[in-house]
Ligand binder design. Structure first.
Ligand SMILES: C[S@@+](CC[C@H](N)C(=O)[O-])C[C@H]1O[C@@H](n2cnc3c(N)ncnc32)[C@H](O)[C@@H]1O
Length: 243
């Protein structure tokens, strides 16, 4: 069990094992989770300028390609696609991919790339689950990277992902391991979860109806935390199948 955080009934020795977590190794810090949403529209134009974001999306895509057998017949959905850093890495490997996001600004940047590259198999869809909107359609693959910690109701999203997946479809979601509120520096606006405990998230996915669950480390990020000290944060990749 990772980092001594309270767990929801996960037995010791659970097959998903302890998640890497640095809280236990770091002094306790004052961290506040706000209920306010982050304005991703404002960040959209310069989102891709940070090389670390491009590197992270590339490494998550590589981990997904290693773990999931992608095929040219697959209809895929990238939830919280942002400017399409992950979407466009997977696009050549699937039949189509729909980038879903609640930020019109992020989607505008992705649409500009789609037009410039003349991609016929990438669509965008504006959708905000926190406003009660629902995903529709039928997909063979749902992917998501670094978005889950920005979603208030994770169980609701898991249900929606399960609903839109075809029977036998695959979920591949990458996000931060438990990070104690240190990843976003001193501004946790729009951060509704300070990362995730792997076992607890796996249990939630299993309770939603997913099976063949697997969790691994996709990549790591070294960056200064709120105190300015270089810190290591790990990103997991959870994969699961709709039975
Ligand atoms: C940290 S960014 C990650 C973007 C992209 N996946 C990447 O790796 O570059 C999180 C994305 O989730 C989107 N998002 C946040 N809350 C959302 C919601 N409730 N519904 C849909 N998308 C949401 C944001 O607009 C943003 O583009």
């Amino acid at each position: 069990m990772g980092c001594g955080c309270p767990q929801r009934g996960i037995p010791v020795g659970h097959p998903f094992g302890p998640s890497p977590c640095f809280d236990a190794m770091q002094p306790m810090m004052e961290t506040t989770m706000t209920s306010e949403k982050r304005d991703f529209d404002k960040e959209a134009a310069l989102w891709d300028e940070k090389p670390q974001r491009v590197k992270l999306a590339t490494e998550v895509a590589e981990a997904m390609v290693q773990r999931v057998a992608l095929t040219p017949t697959m209809e895929a959905l990238d939830f919280g696609c942002g400017t399409g850093l992950l979407t466009l890495q997977l696009q050549p490997l699937v039949r189509s991919i729909t980038g879903v996001d609640s930020s019109a600004g992020m989607l505008a940047v992705l649409e500009d790339k789609i037009n410039r590259l003349q991609l016929a198999n990438v669509r965008t869809l504006l959708c905000d689950l926190d406003q009660g909107e629902r995903l529709t359609g039928r997909y063979d693959l749902v992917v998501s990277s670094m978005t889950l910690h920005h979603i208030r109701e994770v169980d609701t999203l898991l249900r929606q992902w399960h609903d839109v997946l075809a029977p036998g479809g695959t979920l591949a979601v990458a996000d931060l391991d438990s990070e104690g509120g240190r990843f976003h520096g001193d501004d946790n606006t729009g951060v509704f979860h300070f990362g995730f405990d792997r076992a607890a998230l796996s249990l939630s996915a299993a309770q939603t109806g997913f099976n063949e669950l697997s969790v691994e480390t996709a990549t790591e990020i070294i960056k200064p935390d709120a105190s300015g000290r270089p810190s290591r944060f790990t990103v997991f990749l959870l994969t699961a199948r709709k039975g």
